[in-house]
Design a protein around this ligand. Structure first.
Ligand code: SF4
Length: 395
């Protein structure tokens, strides 16, 4: 941890509010605790407790709406250390899912605050994050490479470059859009585990074994609904498109309306229970539990519980949701490669893929796997897509 001189008062408050900023470690320049100190020293007990609270709040509610009340009572040093402690503990988790989920919540919480700040502060934070905004008259603008870097994982159509005002290598954005893009940059940065030596990782895992076990137990595992006779769901043999949709949401990226609908309809026909389907959307930047449950119910309960017909391959290809050539964003090397089964002419439907790979389908009207049978008709229009608040809804 680099040691710098102590920061002035207003700077200390800012670094505590945005503890991921480069230079935030100057808050603890005087004490510069080691990882061992953070894990065990009595003087850091409060920082550990609040760090655990940050983790639990994020795992329970990755929208970042569940604040950690104790933070208001901590001084800037302890706030910073509680953040670092949470990051450290999650970096020792066995999978990346918990830290990704925490990253979504922390990024949303921080940018929720940033959205309330003045333009000067937004400019300052963007500069410190290494994606400096410029003031263009009364508007803000990102440099084109920065915009592309930040917007890559955002699927909403309004963030696509073709819809932006680009001039002189700058992409003009509103303050709200700038903050949303910064959120994406923060999420991506925080979602990367810290690099830890094996012995350090083991020490953290041992010290926080109970918390890590609890966190991992709370991460949603795909569950089949009772009475379907399909046995456990097998996400490891879901087709590339469905795996990419789930990966995208778990990473806190947005998923298009068509993708959200396709995912819910697929999971329902594959036999997933309602909680599993709702949990799939928890990482979405605009996740709203009540709205998601309502929309999932709408998609799955139609037609006596058969639900809407899941999208077939041709439809997913039209929407840019087919990943038969591989998902380059995936951390799993095999998922980045072309999928041979998807290239077979008989493959017409994601559920057909799942069945051929050995999965059981709860509601199956596909017919034979050779593609001779008719694939399900396209849904009669897509209803509200899960995980997304209707545009008229307010927080
Ligand atoms: S070919 Fe079909 S099953 Fe395979 S990734 Fe594309 S849409 Fe999904």
């Amino acid at each position: 941890m680099a040691v710098r001189g102590a920061a002035p008062l207003n700077e200390r408050a800012r670094l505590a509010d945005y503890p991921f900023l480069p230079g935030a470690e100057s808050l603890v320049a005087d004490s510069a605790p080691s990882i061992g100190d953070l894990l065990r020293h009595g003087g850091y007990q409060r920082a550990r407790e609040v760090g655990r609270a940050r983790i639990r709040a994020a795992i329970d509610d990755p929208t970042g709406a569940t604040g950690v009340a104790e933070l208001a009572h901590l001084d800037p040093e302890e706030r910073y250390l509680s953040f670092q402690y949470a990051r450290l503990v999650l970096s020792a988790a066995r999978t990346r899912a918990p830290i990704r989920r925490w990253a979504v919540a922390e990024a949303k919480e921080a940018t929720g605050r940033l959205a309330e700040e003045d333009v000067e502060t937004v400019l300052d934070i963007s500069r410190r994050l290494g994606v400096p905004l410029e003031l263009e008259g009364t508007e803000l603008a990102f440099r084109l490479p920065d915009y592309l870097h930040l917007a890559t994982a955002i699927r909403e159509a309004e963030f696509r470059l073709v819809h932006q005002a680009v001039r002189g290598g700058l992409v003009r954005v509103s303050k709200a859009r700038a903050v949303r893009l910064l959120q994406e940059g923060i999420r991506r940065e925080l979602g990367q585990p810290m690099e830890l030596a094996d012995a350090t990782r083991a020490a953290i895992a041992e010290a926080e074994a109970e918390l890590l076990a609890d966190v991992e137990a709370r991460m949603p595992a795909p569950t089949a609904r009772s009475g379907t006779g399909v046995g456990p769901l097998r996400p490891e043999i879901f087709p590339p498109c469905i795996r990419a949709m789930r990966r995208s949401l778990q990473d806190g990226e947005n998923l298009s309306h068509a993708g959200r609908f396709a995912l819910a309809a697929f999971l329902h026909r594959a036999g997933a229970d309602a909680d599993t389907i709702v949990d799939s959307y928890r990482g979405a930047p605009d996740f709203d539990e009540a709205v998601t449950r309502y929309q999932v119910e709408h998609i799955t309960q139609r037609d006596g519980g058969r639900g809407y017909s899941p999208s077939e391959c041709a439809t997913l290809q039209t929407h840019g949701l087919c990943y038969k050539e591989g998902d380059k964003q995936s951390k799993i090397a095999a998922d980045q490669l072309p999928d041979p089964l998807c290239h077979e002419p008989r493959l017409r439907h994601p559920l057909q893929y799942y069945r051929i790979r050995g999965g059981k389908v709860a509601i199956d009207d596909l017919g034979a796997d050779d593609g001779s049978a008719t694939t399900p008709a396209g849904g009669p229009g897509t209803p509200g897509a899960p995980g997304r608040r209707p545009s008229t809804a307010r927080r």
